[in-house]
Design a binder for this molecule. Structure first.
Ligand SMILES: Cc1cc2nc3c(=O)[nH]c(=O)nc-3n(C[C@H](O)[C@H](O)[C@H](O)COP(=O)(O)OP(=O)(O)OC[C@H]3O[C@@H](n4cnc5c(N)ncnc54)[C@H](O)[C@@H]3O)c2cc1C
Ligand code: FES
Length: 328
């Protein structure tokens, strides 16, 4: 059974089957509904049900606050209709597209590449946000990558991990060359620095989750704040660790920044032996007076959120960006 869905304020109409989500149907019907991961992990498809009935499938905890739920907000990539509906949802326009040229490709480790891009016109974003990048040669496929750079830098810098068999990362590691061109959508995400009140910060980065965390650290270091920042950076495999010298140098110059590097791989010599990221974070707690920023795989984020809630941290002080594999 299909239902007519009207998106407000654009007035665009969709026909959506009961076994389809709003985002999936919009993309199938060529409507550029604003979204990120497509599978309930990032919150970028948040909308509001203005009328009608739908079923909300499970999504990452904390994406909607109790107040947002009470106000009929919904995660549209996990919302299936059960009647005709009117939904407030952002729809991107063709003006929201940038062409970027690959300036350089620089290996940061055996499995992580730094990609530097120059956009054809200024690319507005906030530190910690990400760009959706069209996969070259694969029409309609996009991947999300967080900027490691700050908005006032001339270039966009990304840290991208090689995923075996991955469409975008294989292109990047095997075929990309300086001068290649990429299409970017507008910057997205709410993983940005909370500047309303100065608090000590806990930053937890797994793998290339370090990219937006580095941007947040640099933005924070520009503020006249003195509260400590505790960065825990880890990965399961030693090959996925990078920027270690760079981070150690940064902590030497900025005494308010404290660094713990964790790797559960026994091959990680020189790091004081294997240790896991979240147990190390727990050992250094409690973190109940901190503003927390988490970035990495969905599994790490969910476990870290559980851990921090058990340390008495309120939801509102936990911010996260989940590097969920793309749904298309
Ligand atoms: C908001 C956001 C920001 C992101 N930022 C970054 C970033 O800064 N740097 C970065 O490296 N990645 C980032 N990612 C992940 C990135 O978008 C891609 O999912 C990833 O690079 C894989 O894309 P691909 O085309 O190479 O692989 P795909 O073709 O999408 O995947 C190939 C296969 O590998 C599986 N797969 C994909 N990713 C993983 C994984 N992590 N672990 C295990 N299996 C996987 C897929 O399910 C599929 O079966 C981010 C994701 C999100 C949602
Ligand atoms: S696009 Fe819906 S939660 Fe990410």
């Amino acid at each position: 059974m299909q239902h007519e869905i009207v998106l407000e304020p654009s007035g665009q109409r969709l026909w959506v089957r009961e076994d389809q989500t709003i985002v999936a149907a919009a993309l199938e019907q060529g409507v550029a509904i604003h979204h990120g991961c497509g599978n309930g992990s990032c919150g970028d498809c948040k909308g509001q049900i203005l009328s009608g009935e739908g079923i909300q499938l499970p999504f990452m905890p904390l994406l909607l606050t109790p107040e947002e739920r009470a106000a009929n907000q919904a995660i549209l990539c996990k919302l299936q209709p059960r009647s005709a509906m009117r939904i407030a949802a952002q729809v991107d326009t063709s003006a929201d597209a940038w062409t970027a040229t690959v300036l350089s490709l620089h290996p940061l480790s055996a499995t992580v590449m730094e990609l530097c891009l120059q956009c054809d016109r200024p690319y507005p974003f906030r530190a910690g946000q990400y760009a959706r990048i069209a996969v070259p040669g694969a029409a309609g496929q996009w991947r999300s990558y967080s900027m490691a750079s700050l908005p006032d830098e001339a270039l966009l810098r990304f840290h991208i991990r090689a995923v075996p068999g991955g469409v975008f990362s294989s292109w990047l590691f095997e075929r990309a060359r300086p001068g290649d061109q990429l299409q970017l959508g507008p910057a997205q995400g709410t993983f940005t620095l909370q500047q309303d009140v100065e608090r000590p910060m806990l930053l937890v980065a797994a793998g290339t989750g370090l990219a937006p965390i580095e941007a947040l650290i640099h933005e924070r270091l520009r503020l006249p704040w003195t509260a400590p920042m505790h960065l825990f950076f880890g990965s399961r495999r030693a090959a996925d660790l990078y920027h270690l010298d760079y981070l150690q140098e940064l902590t030497r110059n900025r005494p308010e920044l404290h660094l713990e590097i964790c790797c559960s791989d026994p091959a990680a010599t020189g790091l004081g032996g294997p240790r896991r990221l979240l147990p190390t974070v727990a050992d250094h707690g409690p973190w109940s007076d901190h503003e927390v920023y988490l970035c990495g795989s969905p599994g790490m984020i969910e476990a870290a959120v559980d851990l921090l809630l058990s340390h008495g941290l309120p939801h509102a002080r936990i911010h996260f960006d989940s590097f969920t594999p793309s749904a298309g």
